[in-house]
Ligand binder design. Structure first.
Ligand code: ZN
Length: 881
């Protein structure tokens, strides 16, 4: 395995830039094969690092895959001896501390399949510059601590009537040769990663928003003409976000215009470019007929996320990429709170915690484990991770929990105030929280530097004579690559105590029934007095810290919590524990070669949940969802894929059979037949209804499948249609599956987003989604290897969301993934490096699977030269040997 330029970058080596750029003036003459980019930069020596009577250091400009045409300083063409082109950039010798630099380069957007820099998507030009994509557009100090005002002129043939960039439109006209020319100016200094340009034949919808100070902001959403009917939900979400950020954080929007553009080819969800957000179509376009409830909610949260970046990311940005969580962790926390306020708080929390437990915990326990603020990387694109985003958001949430909402708001006000217009660090964020409140977060800071998921072991004791109840909590964080010894963290543990009759007990003289315990030692005991009889603890309420908590609950105690806990999240969590316990016993029985026992406690628990009409149906649906195979794999110990699959299928079928009548009556009661609306209440009803439908079909009766067929054919909205189709594909006969899939495709083949759903339904189906079928899907005319959404739907659908088929015994699932990764790496390294994730976990599996997965990884390694992205992941994974 080789990589042409493998090098590791360390946080400890950070140095402030030698030169600053005060103004950046760009001009683009667009052409698919030869786009001419001219840049004129006003540059000066950085006073913070300048010395008296110094010799000026050379100016370093990053640049990748660029054809350099000319370099001038102060209007004079620079002789070739004055600059040197090296791998990754250009070094220019400098003889004056303040000067104007002009550089001309040529690039070929059409040949750019990495979707980084300037590229084409369905004939539309667009850019993606975070983290280091700007250097694929022109030579520039492409680092976030160089902030500049930008002016951008775009020149394109008249077939590209819409020409957009950041900020306000200054000017537009027609060139002598009949091309369109538009100039934009962004008055807010920004790093190059927030630059954006779009050119295409686009339609738009328009709206406006009046800010809290009475300014009118124009809102525009651009898409290809065929999608213009799918913009309403994103527009509403945008207005809600703008209002929410004023109300909750006191943050007002700053420019007079805010634009969103939808593009089909995009590596991530969306990008917060100043005033011109660029979105993956799948994360912005929706209509009731074509998008599921999950898509509606995802769109709302991503629109909010990118909008919130205007303050947490753009106005205050990151000094260097090690600080990525400064903007991402904080912004994920902000968007999660927004979604919680707009919808059901408990359900949002459950979804986020599920993602954390299934995927972030796995990352934290694998070869790429890194702290929320990493201290080294080879390729920064590999660090847009669940740890930086989701665990980073949990870290901000813990500050919120520790300080309380008012103090947190004082801290965020100070942070924005102090650092507006600056590029800062995670340390600056924590310091603002402290300084605004006279608080001490010294120990808490370890959350930023220490990787791995802490494990809490809880034991309790009750002294009847004294009326005292005590909780002893021990914390321990496992070793992770490069970090052997871990220090105790400051962990907020929110708890309550339940009396025998289920009522919440007062925890102190003030009568509070909930408390935040501050665990700061390796082991600590917390005592509560005036407790008349032995209580049942409700621990880590609302998942107050991203940890694994162990406490030996009996099934009866869990069922009690499911019914009586005042914390909705913990009611769900009790049900999760009950499910996990049952599934673990089933796995043990399977491994011991015993006959599998009926999971009685689980069935009783589920029955009680289904009978409780007072519970939010969305919460019921979440409670009745068995932990995924991926989540079961994360429970510790060696992963036995077969045992997981057998246990899960057995439990599901047992529940389906035992509770069939209840599922049917709830299903009937929840049928809506009213116009679709993505409100929390309606989404809740549909989610429970479709959970019931899935269990009904799992039990396999012809009547159940007939219900699914009716629901599918009625097709009132995509949520119901897709759920019915999924049930038919998973539980119907093969002939039925094929018939309905074909009908669905015939109906929706013109719609990109629905075709992605259709792909995902097949590749992710435990029964239908075999390797052979997935290979057929790759050959399907609607599959496009250069489109990451299609790759994610078909390939990752199989390798990441179809545990059963991917882990087929002959190991060919793993080799298939290796081959796909090798091929993709040539086109799009970022996607290849993400796709390889399931193979990085080889060490956790039973000997046979482990060897097979390792061999697949080795195959990639032996395949020749890898991109830096893929090289980093593969080499670190193999190093576990
Ligand atoms: Zn973000």
């Amino acid at each position: 395995m080789k990589d042409s330029q493998a090098r590791t970058i360390y946080l400890k080596d950070y140095q402030a830039p030698d030169y600053l750029v005060d103004h950046t003036d760009l001009s683009f003459e667009l052409d698919p094969h030869a786009t001419l980019v001219k840049s004129r930069l006003k540059i000066r020596r950085n006073p913070a690092v300048a010395q008296a009577n110094e010799t000026l250091p050379p100016l370093w400009l990053d640049g990748v895959d660029l054809e350099l045409l000319s370099v001038s300083v102060n209007g004079e063409l620079l002789p070739v001896q004055r600059y040197e082109q090296r791998a990754g950039g250009l070094s220019v010798s400098i003889d004056t501390p303040e000067f104007e630099l002009e550089v001309e380069t040529r690039i070929a957007p059409e040949a750019n399949t990495s979707l980084e820099g300037l590229y084409l998507s369905n004939g539309m030009y667009c850019t993606q510059c975070e983290a280091e994509g700007f250097r694929k557009i022109t030579f520039y100090p492409d680092r976030p601590d160089v902030m500049s005002v930008f002016t951008t002129t775009i020149i394109a043939p008249a077939t590209y009537p819409v020409l957009l960039s950041n900020g306000n439109k200054l000017d537009s006209g027609i060139t002598e040769d009949g091309r369109l020319s538009v100039t934009w100016e962004d008055p807010f200094a920004k790093p190059s990663y927030l630059f954006a340009l779009v050119a295409g034949d686009l339609q738009h919808v328009e709206d406006s928003f009046t800010t809290c100070s009475g300014r009118e902001v124009k809102l525009q959403l651009f898409t290809e003409a065929r999608n213009i009917g799918k913009c309403a939900h994103a527009m509403t979400s945008l207005k809600h976000s703008m209002r929410w950020d004023e109300e909750v954080y006191g943050r007002e929007y700053d420019l007079d215009i805010f634009m969103i553009v939808a593009v089909d080819h995009f590596n991530m969800g969306a990008m917060e470019n100043k005033g011109l957000n660029i979105f993956n179509s799948a994360c912005v376009l929706a209509s009731p007929e074509t998008a599921t409830d999950a898509a509606f909610q995802r769109i709302e949260s991503i629109v909010a996320h990118e909008y919130f970046h205007n303050w947490s990311g753009n106005r205050v940005t990151c000094r260097d990429w090690f600080q990525l969580s400064l903007k991402e962790g904080f912004t994920v926390f902000r968007d999660a709170e927004f979604s919680a306020d707009m919808n059901s708080r408990a359900v949002k929390r459950i979804e986020d915690v599920t993602l954390l437990r299934t995927s972030q915990f796995a990352e934290d326990a694998g070869p790429m484990s890194h702290p929320v603020r990493p201290d080294s990387y080879m390729e920064i694109s590999n660090f847009y991770t669940l740890t930086v985003y989701e665990k980073g958001a949990e870290v901000v949430r813990m500050i919120h929990t520790i300080m309380g909402p008012e103090a947190f708001r004082r801290g965020s006000d100070l942070y924005f105030d102090r650092h507006d217009g600056c590029a800062v660090t995670c340390e600056d964020f924590v310091a603002a929280m402290e300084d605004a409140n006279g608080a001490d977060l010294k120990q808490f800071r370890r959350w930023y530097s220490q990787a791995g998921t802490p494990v809490l072991d809880v034991e309790d004791g009750y002294d009847e004579a004294l009326g005292e109840y005590s909780l002893t909590i021990r914390q321990q964080t496992p070793e992770t690559p490069g970090q052997k010894d871990k220090l105790p963290l400051h962990i907020p543990v929110t708890i309550g105590l339940l009396a025998e009759d289920g009522r919440p007990l007062p925890l102190d003289a003030s009568g509070q029934t909930e408390a935040v315990l501050h665990l700061t030692e390796a082991s600590q005991t917390f005592t509560f007095s005036g407790i008349a009889s032995r209580p049942l603890p409700s621990l880590l309420r609302g998942f107050s810290a991203p940890v694994k908590l162990r406490y030996d609950y009996s099934s009866a105690q869990l069922q009690f919590l499911m019914q009586h806990d005042t914390d909705s999240f913990n009611r769900w969590d009790a049900c999760q524990r009950l499910s996990l316990n049952s599934l673990q016993s089933l796995q043990q029985q399977y491994r011991a070669g015993e006959a599998l026992q009926q999971p009685t406690a689980l069935i009783e628990g589920y029955a009680a949940v289904l009978d409780d009409e007072t519970l939010d149906p969305a919460l019921v649906a979440k409670m009745l969802a068995l932990p995924s195979a991926q989540e079961l794999a994360e429970q510790g110990g060696e992963i036995d894929a077969a045992a997981i699959i057998v246990a899960r299928t057995f439990a599901r079928d047992a529940i389906a059979a035992a509770l069939a009548e209840r599922f049917l009556s709830r299903y009937r009661a929840l049928e809506q037949h009213k116009p679709y609306s993505p409100t929390a209440e309606d989404i809740a009803e549909r989610s429970l209804k479709n959970t019931c439908l899935s269990y009904l079909c799992a039990a396999g009766s012809a009547e159940a499948l007939a219900l699914a067929k009716v629901q599918f054919e009625r097709g009132e909205n995509m949520t119901d249609a897709a759920a019915a189709l999924a049930a038919l594909v998973e539980f119907g006969t093969e002939a039925q599956a094929e018939e309905f899939l074909e009908a669905f495709y015939q109906q929706w083949q013109q719609d990109t987003q629905v075709v992605e759903t259709w792909f995902g339904l097949q590749s992710g189906s435990a029964k239908y989604g075999t390797l052979e079928r997935v290979q057929k899907l790759i050959a399907h005319p609607a599959f496009e290897v250069k489109n990451p959404n299609k790759v994610r739907a078909v390939i990752a659908g199989y390798t990441m969301r179809n545990f059963t088929q991917f882990h087929r015994e002959d190991g060919t699932g793993y080799i298939f993934l290796a081959d796909q990764v090798i091929a993709l790496d040539k086109l799009n390294p970022q996607i290849a490096a993400r796709l390889v994730t399931p193979l990085t976990r080889w060490k956790k599996y039973r000997a046979q699977e482990s060897a097979q997965i390792h061999a697949a990884l080795q195959k990639i390694s032996d395949s020749g030269e890898l991109s830096r992205d893929l090289y980093e992941v593969v080499s670190k994974s193999l190093e576990q040997d």
